[in-house]
Design a protein around this ligand. Structure first.
Ligand SMILES: [Zn+2]
Length: 488
């Protein structure tokens, strides 16, 4: 406004006047634009749901669409407003203090001119999850810790600190890297018992769901008592205390805590309710719920990926284990608990075994795991559209890194751009080839929809010669932290 009050048109020639007037209009316009940008015109979401297909890529999405729909583009997130790519590299590829372990970053020219280069410098799910949960790059293996091994504040802690609910669910075990990075802090992802205890005793989250059941084997069969494996749930004592609904465990976390947290500030510990059977998960999908839920399906490692050791060539050829819930059922159950909080919630949903299938280079199982993940995205979208709205919810669908380096099947052509996945029609395995048994450093797809989602378009200031504009893993939570600040 002060700009206009200083104006004087008296005694000036018409042309100068017009020029001056136009430049002032332009100036005011630019100032307005700048203010809009710097203050942010973004909606602050009430609920944030981050969905992570561990180890996915554009090729995995294409292959799954060809198998399930016979054409490209039918996945529910292909209609999301925000469609970008994302870089995933860690700060360091190991925690050893030698210079060559520093990350190589992402370089578009190198990535597309030297196929093998993407096999160097890839992140693990620990560093990638830490970046997605805290906004800080770290060393491979880290769980919510920075390069100097100090704990980093994460999204579930942020949401709990502002009076909202928070939870993590996964199709692999709950103490596995991705869910762990959103809740716990540990120097290394392999310390499963320590991580599980930290999630159960130190955290204030409302919901934790994932495999790790000590009394079942990896195929979902009841194990012999001598083979019971308590490592993934924090040890035998912790499991028995959890089953008994104890608020004081007979074992303690790494930080010396043995008391379950008080999450509502009434001075009393808020005990966990443990659910195990598929029936219990399905019942939790609607109606009244306990305050805090740990859901551990009756399988040791992951819902369906290891249900059989048989090799098979077509996805869904071998019947699923019906004793465990689907990721979509877990999703509905988790949201039904979290939406009890009138202030809103945060939920991280991981399709964890996409990565396992890609490590093993088994395309039928990759398509099964991707399909389970896609059904879970559909469950989230259905919930938003029937029980809430896009004005209140920010939904992010992405991965944490590529795994398997999947391309089309053409021999001697390993450029994923000129050697795409071959569509063999609905119900038929698409033509593809695995080029690696581990993670790579290539860009992965990122989709977002709902309140505040446009912030990711604004943050996508990197450009790849084939994929176009892209964000980085760290932008995902940093944008959410920003949106929460704007909404204060
Ligand atoms: Zn992996």
């Amino acid at each position: 406004m002060y700009i206009c009050s200083n104006l004087s048109f008296k005694g000036l020639k018409m042309k100068t006047n017009r020029f001056k007037f136009l430049s002032i209009i332009l100036f005011v316009f630019v100032v307005f634009q700048f203010q809009a940008k710097s203050q942010g015109n973004f909606k602050t979401p009430k609920n944030v749901i981050i969905m992570i297909a561990d180890g996915w890529s554009e090729s995995c999405i294409d292959a799954t669409e060809y198998f399930n729909d016979g054409e490209k583009g039918k996945s529910i997130y292909r209609d999301f407003d925000i469609q970008l790519f994302m870089s995933t590299y860690p700060a360091k590829v190991s925690d050893a203090e030698i210079p060559q372990n520093w990350s190589v970053g992402y370089n578009s020219y190198r990535a597309w001119s030297d196929f093998e280069s993407a096999k160097n410098g890839a992140t693990c799910s620990g560093a990638a999850g830490t970046a997605l949960a805290t906004g800080v790059k770290t060393y491979n293996g880290a769980i919510g810790m920075d390069l100097s091994k100090k704990p980093l504040p994460n999204l579930t802690e942020k949401f709990k600190s502002i009076g909202r609910a928070a939870g993590v669910i996964t199709s692999v075990y709950f103490s596995h890297a991705t869910p762990a990075t959103f809740v716990a802090h540990n120097v290394h992802r392999d310390n499963y018992s320590e991580i599980a205890l930290s999630m159960l005793l130190d955290s204030k989250v409302d919901v934790i769901m994932g495999a790790g059941h000590p009394n079942f084997d990896k195929s979902g069969k009841k194990a012999n008592e001598s083979d019971y494996n308590y490592k993934l749930v924090g040890g035998k004592d912790a499991w028995n205390d959890l089953k008994a609904g104890k608020t004081k465990f007979s074992t303690s976390s790494l930080s010396g805590n043995s008391i379950v947290q008080d999450i509502d500030g009434d001075g009393k510990s808020d005990q966990w309710t443990l659910i195990e059977s598929r029936d219990q998960f399905q019942k939790l999908m609607s109606g009244e719920t306990p305050k805090r839920v740990v859901g551990v399906p009756k399988v040791l490692e992951t819902l369906q990926f290891n249900r059989t050791e048989e090799n098979y060539t077509n996805a869904f050829e071998i019947p699923f284990n019906n004793e465990v819930p689907t990721l979509a059922e877990m999703t509905k159950a988790a949201i039904n608990v979290l939406d009890n909080n009138p202030n809103g919630f945060f939920l991280m949903i991981e399709g964890g075994a996409v990565d396992w299938a890609n490590h093993a280079n088994v395309a039928p199982r990759m398509i099964e795991e991707m399909t389970d993940f896609n059904m879970s995205v559909k469950a989230v979208v259905d919930w938003v559209e029937s029980k809430s709205s896009w004005d209140e919810n920010l939904v992010i669908v992405t991965g944490d890194h590529d795994c398997g380096y999947v391309t089309g099947p053409i021999e001697n052509n390993n450029n994923p751009n000129t050697n795409p996945i071959i569509n063999n029609g609905k119900g038929n395995m698409p033509g593809l080839r695995y080029n690696h048994t581990n993670h790579t450093n290539i860009l992965i797809p990122f989709f977002a929809k709902g309140a505040g989602s446009e912030i990711y378009n604004r943050l996508a200031n990197n450009s790849d010669m084939i994929r176009g504009r892209f964000i980085d893993l760290t932008d995902v939570p940093n944008a959410i932290f920003m949106l929460l600040e704007v909404g204060k």
